[in-house]
Design a protein around this ligand. Structure first.
Ligand SMILES: [Zn+2]
Length: 119
């Protein structure tokens, strides 16, 4: 893979990372502000529902954050773009579409066909 292509992917990973980190910060501020202004119990329960939804989104984003970190560390040590299962190059188009992927398309297909989720 050319270094310019890796740099482009790295930039987009760093972008996504800062978007998620900013959102996590906003979420914390919002919930702090909201909890200070709750008047009665009905508001409290609406607040808790929105907090739960927010938590689910946050948990997903934290998973994405881990995947971004993993991809970035692979870029740093030069193993980015290599399939974790067969060590073949994953392919630029696939990486551009799914920058966090750690499997090449054929290993991914094999994994999906053997996983009970896909049967
Ligand atoms: Zn593979």
């Amino acid at each position: 893979m050319k270094s310019a292509e890796i740099i482009a992917i790295k930039d987009s990973l760093l972008d996504q990372k800062s978007v998620i980190l900013n959102r996590q910060k906003e979420f914390k501020t919002e919930s702090l502000m909201a909890s200070l202004h709750l008047a009665d119990e009905s508001e409290q329960s609406v607040f808790e529902q929105s907090q739960n939804l927010g938590l689910q989104i946050r948990e997903k984003e934290i998973q994405v954050l881990h995947q971004i970190e993993k991809a970035l560390s692979k870029i740093a040590d030069g193993t980015y773009g290599q399939c974790e299962s067969c060590s073949d190059p994953i392919g630029l188009k696939r990486l551009q579409a799914r920058p966090f992927t750690s499997l090449c398309i054929s290993c991914k297909e094999e994994q999906e066909s053997t996983s009970p989720l896909y049967q």
